[in-house]
Each structure stands twice: as structure tokens, then as C-alpha cells.
Write a protein of this length. Structure first.
Length: 65
């Protein structure tokens, strides 16, 4: 049986502390919160709808006759 890896703080890599889980300290928890509040972390969005909620129709192709 293999031993489980110790959980590490996602900010600094030190071992986690139960009181601040999943971080090692209040400082790292605050660093993470600041990153969320300032927009450093963002969820990518794929925009496939127009403002009115309708999908855009493809532009007609210009084919020479």
C-alpha cells in the first residue's frame, strides 16, 4: 500500500493547515481571494449567441458566377 501524498497549499506549496484548508495560512487564503476579486482567475467563455439570445446565422458566401 502506498502512502498518500501530503496535501500542499495551492499558492505557495507548503503543507496545508486544517484551520486554513486548502491553504497553509491566512495570508495564502487572502492572496487567493485577492486573485479572484481582481479578475486574475477567470472562467473562459465561448460566445455563440448574439445579445438578444439568438444564434447568428452564417454570412452568405460570395461565390463568383
Amino acid at each position: 500500500m502506498t502512502a498518500a501524498k501530503p496535501s500542499l497549499c495551492p499558492i505557495c506549496g507548503k503543507p496545508r493547515v486544517a484551520e486554513f484548508k486548502p491553504f497553509c495560512s491566512r495570508r495564502c487564503a487572502n492572496v487567493d481571494l485577492n486573485r479572484w476579486l481582481t479578475g486574475s482567475y477567470a472562467v473562459p467563455v465561448v460566445e455563440d449567441e448574439d445579445e438578444d439570445g439568438m444564434q447568428e446565422s452564417p454570412a452568405p458566401e460570395d461565390k463568383p458566377h
